[in-house]
Design a protein around this ligand. Structure first.
Ligand code: GTP
Ligand code: MG
Length: 139
């Protein structure tokens, strides 16, 4: 089994979609091993998305990601990163396959409901960014 990192983004949290999204994640075979409600500071959001700092959408992305609470979680499953990217769907909800989380809950390409790590290497970095090792539960 391996791990991925997810955030339920401020739009989905504010709309009350947290419960439905978590249910879909667990029904799809992912095991939650860490979970928290938090709010990103501008500094932490900028660090998390530093890879996008030269993109046209960067300022909008940071403004959005600090606009309200998020749910951060660590998920375990065989092939976690790729299977979770498939479950959430394409970045732009207009392109997201039927039944994916972004198809169901995203509003637009910025307000797109959920994050999923894009590689095992980035999953490890993102998990360490949000959770101490003792906050990750073995069961
Ligand atoms: P994450 O799981 O959130 O990392 O999304 P992703 O991996 O599908 O997309 P990417 O890492 O390329 O971009 C990060 C986030 O920036 C996206 O989830 C969007 O919120 C936003 N974003 C990406 N591309 C665009 C774009 O072309 N326009 C706008 N407005 N926002 C974008
Ligand atoms: Mg990404």
């Amino acid at each position: 089994n391996n791990r991925t990192f997810t955030m339920i983004k401020p739009d989905a949290f504010a709309k009350g979609n947290t419960g439905a999204i978590i249910q879909k994640i667990t029904n799809s075979g992912f095991k939650i091993v860490a979970l928290k409600l938090t709010k990103l500071s501008p500094e932490r959001a900028a660090e998390f998305y530093a890879i996008h700092k030269d993109k046209s959408f960067y300022n909008n992305l940071i403004e959005f990601m600090i606009s309200g609470p998020i749910i951060a979680a660590v998920l375990e499953k065989k092939n976690a990163v790729d299977d979770f990217r498939a479950l959430i769907g394409a970045t732009n909800p207009e392109d997201a396959a039927e039944g994916t989380i972004r198809n169901l809950y995203a509003t637009n390409v910025t307000n797109n409901a959920i994050h999923g790590s894009d590689s095992d290497e980035n999953a490890a970095i993102e998990i360490a960014f949000h959770f101490k090792e003792e906050e990750i539960v073995t069961y």
